[in-house]
Design a binder for this molecule. Structure first.
Ligand code: HEM
Length: 187
């Protein structure tokens, strides 16, 4: 099954990305640092989502419009008056096929699994009175598990096809290049 190949094939790059990401999350103890974290996600997710939209639509993933995350990030930044001049990663992975799009979606959808914990950490750290600037990390909230399962069911349709290995390859590249993007933006 493609999901098992994905888990096994990206275990290391996922772990590496987590390690790189943790200081950014822990460091988001004030509005400036939190906005910086959101900038980093937007700068990586936006070019990926633009590429994905050329190869995936509702015929494959019926609720794809509700899964786009760059807009949520922008809303959060606007709520904090920090949506100016967001740098995008010019080295973000290229999406040039449906398999590329599915591999990238896997990484971004999976990132919402940790979002509930992260949004709580940030809300506690920043003492935000409401969730207006937390929509990205809050993600699907109580629906997270259901939405993940629905996405996996779509992915599973590609198990055993020629696209399977390409999906895993692109997912790995997306993890790796996200880590590199964070490294380049350290300091
Ligand atoms: C400090 C940051 C992170 C932590 C602590 C973390 C932790 C976790 C944990 C505990 C899971 C398993 C959740 C479950 O099975 O319910 C998970 C899954 C996942 N995370 Fe992360 N993660 C982090 C960052 C990220 C980021 C930044 C991405 C991608 C941009 C990502 C992509 C994924 C994916 C794709 C899965 C699904 C793995 C599967 O197929 O089961 N994670 N993460």
């Amino acid at each position: 099954m493609v999901i098992e190949k994905l888990r096994a094939g990206t275990r290391q790059t996922h772990e590496d990305l987590e390690k790189e990401m943790l200081p950014f999350i822990k460091g988001a103890t004030n509005a400036d640092e939190y906005a910086r974290l959101l900038h980093l996600f937007y700068g990586y997710y936006h070019p990926l989502e633009q590429g994905i939209s050329r190869y995936l639509d509702e015929s494959i993933l019926p609720d794809i419009a509700d899964r786009r995350k760059a807009g949520w990030i922008l809303n959060d930044l606007r709520a904090m008056n920090r949506s100016d001049e967001i740098l995008e990663d010019s080295n973000a992975p290229l999406i040039q096929s449906r398999a590329d799009a599915l591999g990238a979606m896997y990484v971004m959808e999976g990132s919402s699994l940790g979002g509930k914990v992260i949004s709580k950490m940030i809300a506690d750290n920043l003492n935000y009175p409401d969730h207006s600037a937390l929509s990205f990390f809050y993600g699907y909230g109580g629906q997270t598990g259901v939405r993940w399962k629905e996405f996996l069911a779509v992915l599973d349709r590609f198990s055993g096809t020629v696209e399977e290995d390409l999906i895993v390859k692109k997912a790995n590249e997306v993890f790796l290049k996200f880590q590199q993007w964070l490294q380049r933006n350290m300091s």
